[in-house]
Design a protein. Structure first.
Length: 217
């Protein structure tokens, strides 16, 4: 999700790479789940997020869309996000103790928090959102360790390709101004990358689908 913000107002003014140290460690949250409430539709999910949640819970993405996920238009494309529900607008994956029941497979945005990601011409880096996390006196931690991704290199390549693919599609659609094409592309992306299960290695299967999508442009 694009955010039109001034980094100087929301960050510490620094950009971080995987091997940099950043004050993001909140000490296992100590029972706090503030960032799992009132997030609206902002926790937009990648295909990997949905694949992991489906595999971990044993529920298809279609099934998760019945209660814990939902669809919204994000920068012109229909994409899934975590659903906030109930009087306290809480994430549906919180358990009775207010803890994340899918923490090992938590979505990309949740893994980063309170970090954000900024895309540049030759890749992306991370920044620390200084007003988002309620935890004070956070400890320093290496960005790579904080993200806790089991296959860092593959994951970083996936994130970049997914971002680039959506940007290319959006640019083509904005130029064409064809609303029917926009709907068709949204349905294609949703069906191809989210609803169709990944049977073997996610990254390999994503690469195949990614190349097929590029050929359609």
């Amino acid at each position: 999700m694009k955010r039109e913000v001034d980094l100087a107002e929301i960050s510490d003014g620094k950009l971080y790479g995987l091997n940099d140290m950043v004050r993001a460690d909140c000490g296992d949250c100590e029972g706090c789940s503030a960032c799992c409430h009132d997030m609206g539709v902002s926790i937009v999910l990648t295909p990997l997020d949905c694949h992991r949640l489906s595999t971990f819970t044993g529920v298809s993405v279609d099934g998760l869309l019945q209660d814990r996920l939902e669809l919204h238009v994000v920068d012109g494309m229909i994409l899934p996000n975590l659903r906030m529900a109930g009087a306290d607008q809480a994430c549906g994956f919180l358990n009775a103790e207010g803890r994340c029941s899918v923490h090992p497979v938590r979505p990309d945005i949740c893994r980063m928090f309170p970090l954000g990601r900024i895309y540049e011409e030759d890749g992306f880096r991370y920044f620390l959102q200084v007003h988002e996390c309620r935890k004070e006196n956070r400890a320093k931690v290496k960005v790579k360790k904080w993200l806790d991704e089991p296959e860092t290199a593959k994951n970083q390549a996936f994130i970049q390709k997914w971002h680039d693919l959506l940007e290319r599609i959006r640019a083509w659609l904005d130029e064409s101004g064809d609303e029917d094409a926009r709907k068709n592309w949204s349905m294609y992306i949703l069906r191809t990358f989210y609803l169709t299960p990944y049977r073997n290695d996610f990254y390999e299967e994503f690469e195949t689908r990614y190349r097929e999508a590029l050929c359609r442009l």
